[in-house]
Design a protein around this ligand. Structure first.
Ligand code: NI
Length: 206
């Protein structure tokens, strides 16, 4: 039975990956046409909201701590073999491209694997990409609540024969405005230049 569930979960994950998360977004009533890696904000769709987590230094943080700055968010886990390191490098490149304007942006990595990703683990990890990168973790319930608000898909998967688990997860980059409102999302693989350009366009005195 467990094996069937496992294979079902794996098949579902692969389907979601293959569809680029479009199926998930359709379920969340977001028009997939809006998920084009640009700045589109689908009308009438809520993405984001309040959260209570802890940062890589163990300090409690909420969305209010980032008001006045853009939040550039990515959800993943430190044991991720490829997608997360690739995308976190993109976030680091965005900061690089923004130059001094990067001070107006909070680059945030939220773990979907709080079981392993403690603040200490996140601290070691995020600094590999950029010292400005903020790592957030919390209880399973806190992470689940935030993932739900951001419509992030994630699931624990243990490949057959593997001794440890992986987390399947959607891989969009979220851009939230200085007011905390959803501004847009970027597909995995969107060039850093495009994301930096979108942020610059949103800066009144850029
Ligand atoms: Ni990943």
């Amino acid at each position: 039975m467990l094996r069937i569930i496992r294979y079902t979960a794996l098949a579902l994950s692969l389907l979601l990956l293959a569809a680029g998360g479009v199926l998930w977004w359709q379920r969340g009533s977001i028009d997939p046409q809006s998920v084009l890696g640009g700045m589109s904000v689908p009308p009438g769709v809520s993405v984001g909201g309040p959260f209570e987590l802890v940062d890589q230094n163990g300090k409690p943080v909420s969305e209010r701590d980032f008001r006045g700055r853009f939040m550039l968010l990515f959800f993943g886990f430190t044991h991720c073999p490829d997608v997360c390191p690739t995308e976190l490098q993109v976030l680091a490149d965005v900061l690089e491209q923004l130059g001094p304007r990067a001070a107006r942006v909070a680059p945030i990595f939220v773990t979907v694997d709080p079981e392993r990703d403690t603040p200490a683990v996140l601290a070691e990890y995020v600094k590999l990409f950029d010292p400005r990168l903020i790592g957030l973790t919390g209880t399973e319930a806190q992470i689940a609540a935030m993932a739900k608000a951001y419509r992030v898909y994630y699931a624990k998967v243990t490949p057959p024969g593997a001794s440890t688990y992986l987390m399947n997860h959607s891989s969009f980059v979220y851009l939230m405005g200085p007011d905390g409102a959803f501004r847009g999302l970027f597909r995995y693989g969107t060039p850093a230049e495009e994301i930096a350009r979108a942020i610059t366009a949103g800066l009144p005195n850029a």
